[in-house]
Design a protein around this ligand. Structure first.
Ligand code: ZN
Length: 345
């Protein structure tokens, strides 16, 4: 992570595909020759958006009479300027989905650099990218893989940008892990709304994941309930009753809590344990393990000890993929509504 924000210019999108990436994220045309010849000029080829048409042109049970298919929505997708906030686990999925579902003018903000531990799920990054800004690398990767898509990265904080910057987008999608950042974004978008100018209302599509759980929802600033309205709905961090920890442990976590909350101060006094100090973690692990043996509890490991004392919730790639898929459906829903909205004006 760096405190120095940096605007990075991106290269012209290339149509050459990279071989070292999963085929599932490539926009694979029926015929590779078509990609090279026609995509070189317009970034499009015959049947390129067939998969989108399957979704947008199919009437559903609630389709109004006289509905003639989603051409307007498709045109809107191609023209829409969309902002993605966060290029991490969820952000990679969101960017991939947007690029493959017809969005062409994508902007992405992220203040982080790539860590080796990201690579198992943040699939737009490779080992050689470790240490580079996530936003920049994600933009380069998507443009290299998906013809005709422009991704503009910003390596920095959302707070570095002023309201005028946010006013240029039609849609904002958040894939953040910080509640503070979401609250800031929500407040900024609510603040942008001018009653006399319908375009000033920027729908915010918010996604979040935590282990196996996740959420995807739309906030229409000043129209629907906003982020601030629903802060109470968040999961509180898991805690265990002290009497269970002290007297009747049943889980390996209870033993670890016993070691860190009750035994550590007895033995170490005023010294606080440091969750990044391997000696401290080892001490907690051995103490918890002895406790677990005494109560015949299985499952105390070094990494669990570290996870419990650092309150680590493992990031799960499948959860990110599912939530990003949900966000994609919401994007389509919002775009559909937006185009109707625009056409009614
Ligand atoms: Zn509210």
């Amino acid at each position: 992570m760096s405190d120095t924000p940096m605007q990075t210019d991106h290269a012209t999108p290339s149509v050459v595909n990279n071989i070292d990436t999963p085929a599932s994220i490539a926009a694979v045309p029926e015929n590779d020759d078509v990609l090279v010849s026609s995509a070189a000029s317009v970034g499009d080829w015959d049947g390129r958006w067939k998969h989108i048409s399957k979704v947008l042109d199919r009437p559903g049970p609630f389709t109004e009479e006289g509905w003639t298919g989603g051409q307007e929505t498709k045109d809107f997708l191609h023209a829409c300027k969309i902002l993605v906030i966060g290029a991490g686990g969820l952000g990679c999925e969101i960017l991939k989905n947007l690029a493959l579902s017809g969005f062409r003018d994508i902007h992405v903000i992220d203040m982080d650099t790539i860590d080796i531990s990201n690579l198992n799920r943040q699939f737009l990054f490779r080992q050689a990218d470790v240490g580079r800004p996530k936003a920049t690398v994600a933009a380069e990767f998507v443009m290299k893989r998906v013809a005709g898509v422009n991704v503009t990265p910003f390596y920095g904080k959302i707070q570095d940008k002023d309201p005028d910057y946010y006013a240029q987008f039609q849609l904002v999608i958040c894939g953040l892990d910080s509640i503070e950042a979401r609250r800031w974004m929500n407040a900024t978008l609510v603040g942008l709304v001018d009653e006399d100018s319908p375009e000033s209302m920027k729908p915010l599509i918010d996604g979040g994941t935590e282990g196996f759980k996740g959420q995807a929802r739309v906030i229409l600033p000043t129209i629907s309930s906003c982020y601030e309205c629903s802060l109470d709905m968040f999961n509180k961090p898991t805690t265990f009753p002290i009497c269970t920890i002290a007297n009747t442990p049943r889980l390996p976590e209870h033993c670890i809590e016993w070691a860190s909350v009750l035994e550590w101060p007895k033995v170490w006094g005023d010294v606080k344990y440091d969750t990044d100090n391997p000696e401290h973690i080892t001490w907690l692990y051995n103490t918890a393990l002895a406790r677990a043996k005494q109560f015949n509890i299985q499952g105390v490991t070094y990494s669990l000890t570290q996870g419990v004392v650092k309150n680590i919730i493992p990031a799960i790639a499948s959860t990110n993929a599912i939530i990003a898929g949900g966000l994609g459906l919401l994007e389509y829903g919002v775009c559909d509504r937006t185009t109707i909205f625009i056409s009614l004006r």
